[in-house]
Design a protein around this ligand. Sequence first.
Ligand code: MG
Ligand code: ZN
Length: 222
Amino acid sequence: MEIKILRRVLAANEAVAKSNKELFSQHGVLVLNLMSSPGSGKTCIIEQSVEALKNDYRIAVIIGDITSTIDAQRLSGLGVPIIQINTEPFGGECHLEASWVREAALSLNLQDLDLIFIENVGNLVCPAEFDTGADKNVVIVSLPEGEDKPLKYPLMFRISSVLLVNKIDLASVLDVDKKTLHRNALQVNPNLQIFDISAKTGEGFDAWLKWIEAELRKKRQQ
Ligand code: MG
Ligand code: ZN
């Protein structure tokens, strides 16, 4: 019974996600959905990415959290539109649903945007089940989380196009093998593009930003 209800919820979400994709395509806006555990560095990565790209592209950010506007406030200094979605009125859901993303997107001037970052609610489980309609899913694992996350939460890694391994500046003080993390991720999804980065030091950011710019060009040609 519960399984049936969940299937219906997921099917309804799929339908909205599909129309979100059409909406984003109509306006030629690239949408990236960033997902991770709490504390992996989603907000910091978005902050640094927006800072690096905002002179060349028109960007907005949609941020999901159960409650609070801490991340939105943190990003408000960037000078780009920031929309906060709090899931508390919807039962405190630990993921973003396509319909909430749609509402947030429709409150932006989509025709005036090139790129939207979605910061999903922090967890590696249900954000993977609820498609937002974003063009690409990006999963972030910070090095302190260890090597086993792809094996424990395979769906998240299967539905993502990119894995950002963040906080590599901590490598020397951690007992975590980056190569094993890469191998585990590629075992789950051989097509994953992996970038080792530090949002703190900026290490590895060039390759990540180049990937975004290549996706922006593809979107323009569509
Ligand atoms: Mg955050
Ligand atoms: Zn959830």
